[in-house]
Design a protein around this ligand. Sequence first.
Ligand code: NAD
Length: 480
Amino acid sequence: MSYPELALHVAGQWLSQASGGERGVLNPADATTLGRLPLAGRAELDAAADSAAIGFRQWRRKTAHQRYGILRTAANLMRQRADLLALVLTLEQGKPTAEARREVLLSADILDFQAEEGKRLYGRTVAPRVEGILSQTVVRQPVGPVAAFTPWNFPVNLPVRKLASALAAGCSVIIKPDENTPASCMLLVQMLLEAGVPPQAVNMVCGEPSQVSAALIAHPAVAKVSITGSVAVGKLLGEQAARHMKRFSAELGGHAPVIVCDDADMAFVLKTSLAAKFRNAGQVCASPIRFYLPRARCADFATQFSQAASRLRLGPGLDPQTQMGPLTHAARVDDMQRLVDDALSNGARLLTGGRAVQGPGYFFEPTVLCHAPPHCLVMQQEPFGPLAVIQAVDSLDEAIDAANALPYGLGAYAFTRDLHTAHRLGEELQAGMVGINHYGVSQPEMPFGGWKESGLGQEMGAEGVLHYTDLKTITVGVPG
Ligand code: NAD
């Protein structure tokens, strides 16, 4: 087993002990302890923020081309060590190793893309309106030290999105990965340092989350707050950031609808939807959740989808035969059960699954419900697990209204062979990412972000790096 000894990275030092105590990190496949994680107290949090201020001055002095070279080196280290990173990721998070490996390689591509975009932080020159002005330019500058918070569902990809864009822009970072999955981020930080990022420019802390975020957001050195997480925590951190007028971006939860039109190729919809729904045991922010089908085709689709779901092989992510791993921590299993029980007590029908799997680890059966009333919890709250709901509708208008009815707006999907309908859905679905006839909306080159309560700002794409910059107008007049 290759689970590393855990440490925090504060002020250029690796700390295997810290003043906030420690906690265990568990393997979700069998609930055994993988390692002990030191927890930052006030002293380490202040030291990390102070260090980020020093690291910022060092890092921003490098040219964009130097930063690019260092980040590309780190991306190549990730590729060289993809097997080790994937193994560690699976051990602490649970997903099948093949999925973990894909996550690592895609993350290396995100790092490459943002490194490239760091060279393209163009400004502009504006013609003066009065005489005696030599130049008027608008430039983008790095915003400063960033406090970044990430969850446990993609322990490599989500930290990389923030580290890549912040560092490419010239910012320093204090990253707080989730305490359930710290080792993946720790290995990433090691690779960034090995590639040449100044040790004080990348700090990694874990701790009691509410204390860590309150301390870092209030710290005068921190200029920007970036969170990926739940809507509730995103709002809380947004309020704290606003109190200090700190820049803020948030990638939050979703409740993705899927509109399957009458003309769709059902075999294709079934195959692609099954893979998208149960990937990472449904613990994906843009995971498809609510499937809307024409009434005449709904029962047939529901039967085939639930039968295929019930045949998925569950097991530890390290077993190559496994198609769906465990949920990442015990509370997820309780949440799933609560949503299923509530739906059933409100009249929904259970087509498959609906229970935790007995035995060690945090497994929950792939679950398909149908005809859940709109007021039940699963139709209002993000399940963030292996749960799909299939609903019958009588028209495309009804499907679009239902799809747009929730305060979430992250991913939305539709299947149709009609060009006009495809364009209409692309236009009318209220979401940051709309996938028509496929689910691949998360790509290094494309901006990823939520509408409505699902977030503020975007990550990846040409936009990702921009959120770590401030605009400045510089005008130079004739000297006398
Ligand atoms: P969470 O909101 O509980 O935690 C996210 C991060 O914030 C963690 O590191 C957590 O420790 C930290 N945090 C900081 N201050 C906190 C506080 N006061 N209280 C609690 N946590 C605090 O999210 P989660 O449950 O770990 O992750 C799942 C959520 O993340 C889902 O809603 C999912 O949709 C969302 N998510 C969104 C995206 C996206 O790109 N939009 C991607 C992945 C996950």
